[in-house]
Design a protein around this ligand. Structure first.
Ligand code: SAM
Length: 217
């Protein structure tokens, strides 16, 4: 998803360095403790948040947890920031940058949950390394997740889903939940699900939504 550049969003991001960290230097440790009111709370991170419907909903629902949205595009980061400011979500921070450097963004064993929602599929074989479930990314996730932590992944793309199942399995991850039609699971599972923008769009067209939860051994 490439959003059209919105000058207001770029300006808003520049005006709020206390809420948005831009292109952090991988050599310098990020002081997250300074950015959150209470850093002892559980920490949940979404990679590729887009306009932020998912992470802002979670941050509003769970004021007792901390959230970080990682997003490449400044316009998308600005849209997330606007919602954060409107809803006064003090437990949400935005990192405008590339998840390729995720291992430098967080201390080892510091993240409770990592969310990958409707990640870019990169269908060409020569782009496999860019998929967010490629083994090199998994290695970084393993480093930053707490031993009790886990990964949650949703997509409408069957190719990316089957690739991810194989990649996680080959890496030795354990699956806690797998669905090939999330929106038609039990009432309890459906009620707990928080939709993303993409999920809403594809599910409205009748496309199945694939999901998995997994942890490292
Ligand atoms: N998660 C949202 C949803 O489900 O509606 C947006 C999905 S959109 C297809 C993928 C998003 O991931 C885009 O906003 C894109 O800019 C972001 N993205 C892609 N690769 C990324 C990376 N390496 N680091 C950070 N963000 C990334």
């Amino acid at each position: 998803m490439r959003l059209r550049n919105k000058p207001w969003a770029v300006k808003l991001v520049d005006e709020h360095p206390e809420s948005v960290l831009q292109d952090p230097n991988p050599e310098i440790k990020i002081d997250w403790e300074k950015r959150f009111e209470d850093f002892s709370r559980p920490l949940e991170v979404e990679i590729g948040s887009g306009k932020g419907q998912f992470i802002t909903t979670l941050a509003q629902k769970h004021p007792d947890r901390n959230y970080i949205a990682i997003e490449l595009q400044t316009t998308a980061a600005g849209i997330i920031l606007r919602t954060k400011l409107e809803k006064k979500l003090d437990n949400l921070q935005i990192l405008r940058g590339d998840a390729i450097s995720i291992a430098s963004f967080f201390a080892e064993n510091s993240v409770d949950v990592l969310y990958l929602n409707f990640s870019d599929p990169w269908p060409k074989t020569r782009h496999e390394k860019r998929r967010l479930t490629y083994k090199d990314f998994l290695k970084n996730y393993e480093t930053i997740l707490k031993p009790t932590g886990h990964l949650e992944f949703k997509t409408d793309n069957s190719g990316l889903f089957s690739y991810s199942l194989m990649s996680l399995n080959n890496y030795g991850m354990m699956f806690d939940f797998v669905s090939v039609d999330l929106h038609h699971e039990s009432e309890e599972i459906v009620a707990k699900n928080v939709e993303t923008e993409y999920e809403h769009k594809f599910a409205s067209k009748g496309n199945p939504i694939y999901a998995l939860h997994a942890h490292f051994n």
